[in-house]
Design a protein around this ligand. Structure first.
Ligand code: ATP
Ligand code: MG
Length: 700
């Protein structure tokens, strides 16, 4: 599928690299499946759709298309010639060659589905003043895709409301015509008609409920995927300050979902039908409409007054629950530290005060919401009583029949029902709006793969790294982390970066990895500006051992091969031997299947570090970035790693950040940074000698 997608991109002259196409998509065994094909295609500006067609029914004007074949493979068909019974086909395995094959051969393999893909119209910046978003709003565009469903829901609601008139008319006729005349035949005919209508009503209601759920589920699946994709591709510089509160904001999506999924939302569709019911009541006697209008207005006015306060309350509630979640997550992830440092009472205090505040807000919100919904019920009853009082007087005057009064009573409760529903929807609505605002902000934050920016398809081959007057400060930081740094590391060169704590060594490596963009200056990899390369492709060319190693829940093997496709076991075993992990793995009863726990908590600090080194070595990438790789290793392990790095780093670029002098034998050149500035850069012996003599000062 990936091969086919790249062929389609080439045919439509769209640029897409395989790493950019796949990055962050849920692959099955590392393979792109038809169900996520459209998401990969969209990154190249292609809209695609899976269709089930016979080969003979294929719409030739929509070619080229991807044909899904039986044995889990696929090919791109560029043209069909029904008369000569041939097709022009490109097989992804056979590079770019276009071949003519007979339709019969393809029919034998064809699975019955194909994917049409067409380029989206591409607005350039002139058309929009630069602020145009080609893809539409993340939420409404998905809802719009379901518009056929919502059209049906509205249609069902209209029908249900029209049918609702039946019951009051039935009762009215029974009272006024059937009972006085003892017309039982008429009664049975009317009853049969009403029964049919009731059955239709039941069917419509079931259907409406089912459609509302279906719409909400469809939207939920797409939107949840879109939100997660956005989070994972968000730039690190946009990373939220608190994981817990961010998680709570993301979870607030639930309230949007329950709002669009609630059948009460349908009450909004019912609202205009008040006029229909009022019109029918007016036909019976226009005076009876007055209590209904007064009641409906009273409910709506109160709801509008209450909704201002509700809005403020829901925003505050969201902030408070974000804070509560932030405290919870921070506590859970730092339990050990909390116990040791005695921070428990402080955390407990923060937690309790947040919970207290939140519960006060919730209570106020509940009171407000219930005053609206109970007020609506009360008004509904008062309206009914007034209507009956008025009706009795009208009957006495001879302007109304008994049946008319009962019908008017039934219709009035139908008319007031949606008013009450709509009013009680208000609190849900405000939760949803508050959640929507937060999610809008998240969805609008810049990602690593902005729309309309096409990267070069250019894997890192040599491993040359150059910094040209690079300055960088972390978001919201007062101090610059790097200040006007320039250096060049040739392909295959081994360089150490030394410096005091907080001098900016790790920052240099993070910039090389493209995790942050420099504020000024350029970083070149293989002579190409790093911003031209797709982040996924860039990072695939780099093995990185971070200073703080964090693993993921799962087995050791999962962690070792994470993000690398197709690794054979020999490579894994070799890498574990090199990283000094072999002793531990070999003697463990589960071996590579051992569980490492969340964040790798079941392993020791040194073992985690060895896993990270092995992970970096398995990649066999042209660049190795090691940040304090032996910080928590014992001397024997350190020696072993030094020894194996001597072999495995041959021919690769090595950037080593370390405080251990033992590792310096791996490098030929040393760069010294201090306070974000470069203070020395030269051959190892010279720099070491200068350091020894104190010739290299600090930059402060
Ligand atoms: P060490 O030897 O302790 O690992 P380092 O040289 O690797 O130090 P860096 O991690 O590069 O230091 O940090 C450089 C500066 O940037 C420090 O002053 C630090 O406070 C700041 N800094 C580091 N990471 C962040 C971050 N995520 N957000 C804000 N500031 C940061
Ligand atoms: Mg560091």
């Amino acid at each position: 599928m990936l091969g086919c997608l790249l062929i389609l991109c080439r045919l439509h002259e769209r640029k897409l690299t395989s790493d950019a196409a796949l990055a962050g998509l849920p692959l099955v065994d590392g393979i792109l499946t038809p169900s996520v094909f459209h998401r990969a295609a969209r990154r190249a500006g292609l809209t695609s759709r899976v269709s089930d067609h016979q080969l003979s029914d294929i719409n030739a004007s929509l070619l080229p298309a991807v044909l899904l074949l039986n044995n889990n493979s696929a090919c791109v068909v560029t043209s069909l010639n029904q008369e000569q019974n041939t097709a022009r086909v490109i097989w992804p395995d056979l590079a770019d060659a276009e071949v003519t094959v007979s339709l019969d051969t393809i029919t034998q393999q064809y699975s019955g589905s194909l994917i049409y893909a067409q380029p989206e119209f591409h607005f350039d910046e002139r058309a929009s003043g630069g602020s145009f978003r080609a893809r539409g709003h993340w939420f409404w565009s998905v809802i719009k895709q379901n518009r056929a469903l919502y059209r049906d829901i509205i249609f069902a609601a209209v029908m249900i409301n029209l049918l609702a008139v039946t019951m009051p008319l039935f009762v009215m006729n029974v009272y006024d015509r059937v009972v006085p005349n003892h017309a039982t035949h008429t009664l049975w005919v009317l009853a049969a008609g009403v029964f049919v209508v009731l059955c239709a009503d039941l069917g419509l209601r079931l259907m409406r409920g089912w459609f509302v759920d279906m719409g909400a589920n469809r939207a939920d699946i797409r939107l949840s995927a879109a939100i997660m994709e956005q989070i994972l591709s968000m730039r690190l510089s946009e990373r939220p300050a608190s994981a817990g509160s961010f998680a709570s904001n993301v979870q607030s999506f639930e309230s949007i979902r329950s709002f669009i999924g609630s059948v009460t939302l349908v009450a909004l569709v019912d609202l205009p039908f008040i006029f229909l019911f009022c019109a029918i009541i007016a036909l019976i006697n226009w005076l009876l409409v007055i209590p209904i209008i007064i009641g409906a207005l009273a409910v709506l006015i109160y709801a509008v007054i209450a909704q201002r306060r509700m809005q403020r309350l829901s925003e505050k509630m969201m902030q408070a629950s974000a804070m509560r979640n932030a405290t919870l997550v921070e506590c859970l992830s730092n339990l050990e530290t909390i116990k040791v440092t005695g921070a428990a009472s402080k955390m407990q205090g923060t937690w309790e005060s947040t919970v207290l505040f939140l519960s006060k807000l919730t209570a106020r919100m509940r009171l407000l919401a219930s005053s609206v919904s109970n007020g609506a019920i009360w008004t509904q009853h008062v309206v009914a009583v007034s209507l009956i009082i008025l009706g009795v007087y009208l009957i006495r005057e001879g302007q109304l029949t008994q049946g008319g009064l009962i019908a008017a009573y039934l219709l009035s409760s139908r008319a007031m029902g949606p008013v009450g529903h709509a009013a009680s929807l208000l609190s849900q609505y405000h939760h949803a709006v508050a959640a929507m605002n937060t999610l809008n902000r998240i969805m609008a934050s810049p990602t690593e793969r902005p729309e309309g920016r096409h990267r070069l398809n250019r894997p890192i081959l040599r491993g040359e790294i150059e910094f040209r007057q690079v300055s960088f400060s972390y978001p919201n930081a007062e101090k610059q982390a790097l200040n006007d740094i320039s250096f060049k590391i040739n392909a295959g060169e081994h360089v150490a970066i030394l410096g005091r704590n907080g001098s900016g060594k790790s920052t240099v490596e993070r910039l090389i990895l493209g995790l942050y963009e420099p504020d000024a200056g350029t970083i070149l990899i293989d002579g190409v500006d790093i911003r031209q390369l797709d982040p996924a492709e860039l990072r695939r060319g780099m093995g990185y051992v971070p200073q703080d190693v964090s693993l993921f829940y799962g087995t050791l093997r999962d962690n070792l091969v994470m993000g690398i496709s197709q690794v054979d076991d020999a490579r894994i075993v070799h890498a574990t031997n090199q990283s000094g992990l072999a002793d531990f793995v070999d003697t463990h009863p589960s071996g590579f299947d051992m569980q490492v726990g969340e964040r790798g908590e079941l392993l020791s600090g040194g073992q985690r570090q060895s896993v990270a080194i092995a992970r970096a070595l398995i990649k066999e990438s042209p660049i190795l970035l090691l940040d304090e790789p032996t910080g928590s290793l014992d001397q024997r392990n350190e020696q072993q790693i030094k020894h194996s790095l001597q072999h495995s780093s041959h021919g690769r670029t090595l950037v080593l950040v370390t405080h251990r002098s033992a590792l310096l034998s791996l490098v030929d050149r040393i760069i010294v940074v201090d306070n974000g500035q470069l203070v020395a850069n030269g051959p190892k012996e010279e720099v070491l000698e200068a350091l020894r003599q104190g010739k290299i000062g600090s930059a402060a």
